[in-house]
Design a protein around this ligand. Sequence first.
Ligand code: Q46
Ligand code: ZN
Ligand code: ZN
Length: 311
Amino acid sequence: MKCKLCNNKAAINLRAYNTSLCKAHFLSFVEKRVTETIRKYKLLNKGDSVLVAVSGGKDSLSLWHILTKFGYAPEGLYIDLGINGYSDRSLKKVLSFAKEVKARLWVVSLKEIFGLGIKELARVLKRPYCSACGTFKRYLMNRISMERNLRVLATGHNLDDEVSSLLGNLLYWKEEYLWKKNVVLEEYEGHLAKKIKPFFLISEREIAAYAFLSGIDYIYEECPYSVGAKTLLYKEILSRIEDQSPGTKLMFLKGYLKRLKAEKEGREQGPVSYCTICNYPSWGQKCVFCSLTERLDIPYKFEYKEYDFSK
Ligand code: Q46
Ligand code: ZN
Ligand code: ZN
């Protein structure tokens, strides 16, 4: 198999694009597509201060790598969920990556704040692990970006993450979530950071290859609580469809983005009030984070650590 552009040995075959590329051409192909996504959806402007949420996995570390390469000098945020062994191993990868790119890293730990990891917190709250985790992560990411004045929050969600959750929303007609998914969510009145997903249109396989060929040292292990998650089943099914009919995932998501534009017109944007406890935006009197932490009934202090490898 040869590279379609230079005839050297191909490193990857991209059936959705009907092409094969060598290492150098594949890396620039991914970077070019990220640049196009950034430009087309107006994700970033020169001089924006960016916080990348990192888990230690291929997606988030590749994103940190690419944004650094593009000159945005992003800082990293690692949320330590207190999952036995797994959290320590992923933090180690994140710390060594931060050192390598000479960046600043913020680390917030659930165990340090509440004395409990995500599993224990979810049990006390009687919520599924991933649902509690999602709520805590969303809140912490936003609050830390606002407190650090890093007004753009970037996450490594890829095409497969997005199509599988879109399929889940459609299967159960979760209309309240359906039209909230986007490549970019704008900043809200100085309380919600602008949220961007530069890998929205890039597949998991492409990012895995990008990370591997760029020599990024990431954690291969998945979070132990992801096992059996419905999104994994959806990903598997969608990948089988993609195998039979390359390009389907991309078409599905691009079709969604087109319809999203029309759907959004005339709809009210953003939350309606501010949480009476933390003063961050909420839909009711209290935000979801504060409602949950109230139910926990554990006195806590909101704090996080800084590792500055930029000097
Ligand atoms: S939600 Fe669930 Fe993930 Fe949290 S508990 Fe693990 S699998 S990390 S994206
Ligand atoms: Zn080539
Ligand atoms: Zn609150």
